[in-house]
Design a protein around this ligand. Structure first.
Ligand code: NAD
Length: 485
């Protein structure tokens, strides 16, 4: 029996190609064009290339979310936390393969712990009751938020931001770092598919699949965007602050550590390795330089080596420094080091090769003795190489720590049992996070009390982001009535 329709093979192939393109929503393309990755489908499940289209879709989604109330927001939070944990291995892998920085196991772990980010339970109204009636202050959403994410934790920052922002009732458009844009689009599409299946909203979370400085500027300038949230380095923080929009800025850090010798040096060394080696020192809170009192320096250095870190000789340090930094002149003609981004987040073993040293492939961290003005001390190097500086007095340690932190007001760590020392350093560094006798990550609720997020609003002062960070306060007043006595 013959088929009612019959085609020769080239015709059949052309029809199949066209059907596939239609299903992908792609424009007609040459037969040899590569299949468009699902994550890049324009305007489906939150993935856009056009800023106005993304902002309009997010604005419409915000309006769809409003009537669903707290239950709708709670559902989105549950969806994001569940998907981050369920897809941690896959999303961690694609982020690692795209960005080529950090450690795969830590990329996965950062997604598994998204469940520790606070949700709608954080939003408690404030009430007043008195002779003139009652007043209720509520934490209301802004509407559409424009969010910028770093390459150091693309998908974890996106997941943490969605939990906080949607718990507060907002929609969001992400302009991710171009180096982590594909994994961002993949995660956003999967999250929107689940939100759509559960709540019928397709674009609550939008992402620009081809982010550039132009899309950043267009996002900042779009009238639907009521608030910016920037997680990144000094360039993007300054650009956002100049945009004229209110911006919540989770800016750069360069966290110093002071070791005064009064505490347990073996634990101090293990804690420094835990924080500084995590994801090859990509964390903004991660220990970046250590100031240790001369009286205990030798013992502390020995403890670092005993705990698995590898020491570089002065000659090896010079070779690594030459590979890790170039020199440039600023507007005033002063020379300053410039980070070689190719070594950011590289394994300690790779850095060791540049130093002319050999260490085991799983070596967590390198360390070397430097002076206080060394490039590895003063620059936010984001590499698993900790410079250790000997100082004569505690006052000298604190002064050097403050200088190296550059007034970012981000994070600092002390290992000490001297309460006076703890208080002196806390006052002097004036940082958002100050950890005593623990690894830096304890400041994010990982080994210390507290809660997690990947955006720590250091520059603008809101602290570790929560749903409250993304709300505006609205007051409702009833005069002379409604009290129960
Ligand atoms: P980055 O500043 O290079 O990039 C961040 C984002 O800003 C990216 O999306 C990038 O494309 C964009 N961008 C960069 N310069 C810009 C400019 N001039 N105008 C507009 N957009 C611009 O940072 P990164 O390397 O992706 O991330 C590391 C930096 O982020 C470090 O400084 C780290 O301390 C910081 N960070 C801070 C936090 C925090 O919570 N405080 C969290 C993670 C990372």
């Amino acid at each position: 029996m013959s088929s009612p329709l019959s085609f020769d093979e080239p015709t059949l192939r052309a029809i199949v190609d066209q059907v596939v393109r239609n299903l992908q929503g792609a424009a007609p393309a040459a037969a040899s064009a590569p299949v468009v990755a699902p994550a890049r489908r324009e305007g489906r499940f939150g993935v856009f290339t056009d800023v106005p289209a993304a902002c309009a879709a997010a604005q419409a989604a915000f309006r769809q979310l409003q009537p669903l109330g707290f239950a709708g927001r709670a559902k989105v939070v549950e969806i994001v936390k569940t998907l981050a944990e369920k897809n941690a291995v896959e999303w961690g892998r694609i982020e690692f393969e795209e960005t080529r920085i950090g450690r795969l196991a830590h990329k996965v772990e950062k997604l598994q712990i998204v469940k520790l980010v606070p949700g709608i339970e954080w939003l408690r109204p404030f009430a007043l009751s008195g002779d003139h009636g009652i007043t209720l202050e509520e934490h209301a959403p802004f509407g559409v938020i424009g969010a910028i994410t770093p390459v150091t934790h693309s998908v974890p920052t996106i997941c943490g931001n969605i939990v906080s922002m949607v718990a507060a009732g907002n929609a969001v458009v992400f302009n991710p770092h171009p180096g982590g844009a594909r994994c961002a689009a993949t995660a956003v599409r999967v999250i929107n598919e689940a939100i759509h299946a559960s709540l019928g909203i397709e674009h609550l979370v939008c992402v620009l699949a081809e982010p550039t400085l132009d899309t950043f500027n267009a996002l900042c300038g779009h009238e639907a965007v009521r608030l910016l949230c920037v997680t990144g380095g000094p360039g993007v923080v300054n650009a956002a602050m100049r945009s004229g929009k209110r911006a919540i800025c989770a800016g750069p850090g360069n966290p110093p550590v002071v070791v005064d010798g009064t505490g347990n040096l073996a634990k101090a060394a293990a804690d420094v390795i835990k924080g500084a080696a995590y994801d090859n020192n990509l964390l903004c809170v991660g220990e970046k330089q250590v100031f240790v009192l001369e009286s205990c320096a030798e013992r502390f250095l020995n403890e670092l080596a005993r705990a698995g870190a590898a020491k570089l000789t002065p000659a090896q340090l010079d070779r690594l420094t030459a590979a890790a930094f170039t020199t440039a002149k600023d507007a005033g003609g002063c020379s300053h080091p410039v980070l070689n981004r190719k070594l950011v987040g590289a394994d300690a073993a790779v850095l060791a090769q540049h130093a002319g040293a050999t260490v085991p492939a799983d070596c967590p961290l390198l360390f070397a003795e430097t002076d206080a003005s060394h490039a590895f001390v003063m620059e936010e190097q984001m590499m698993p190489m900790i410079p250790v500086v000997r100082v004569k007095t505690f006052a000298e340690a604190v002064a050097a720590a403050v200088r190296s932190e550059h007034g970012y007001k981000h994070s600092a760590i002390i290992h000490s049992l001297n309460v006076e020392h703890m208080s002196q350093m806390a006052r002097a560094v004036d940082t958002t996070l100050f950890v005593k006798n623990g690894a830096s990550v304890a400041g994010l609720g990982l080994g210390g009390e507290g809660y997690l997020n990947y955006s720590i609003a250091t520059t603008t002062g809101e602290g570790i982001a929560t749903p409250l960070t993304f709300t505006r306060t609205r007051r409702c007043v009833m005069v002379d009535n409604l009290r129960i006595f």
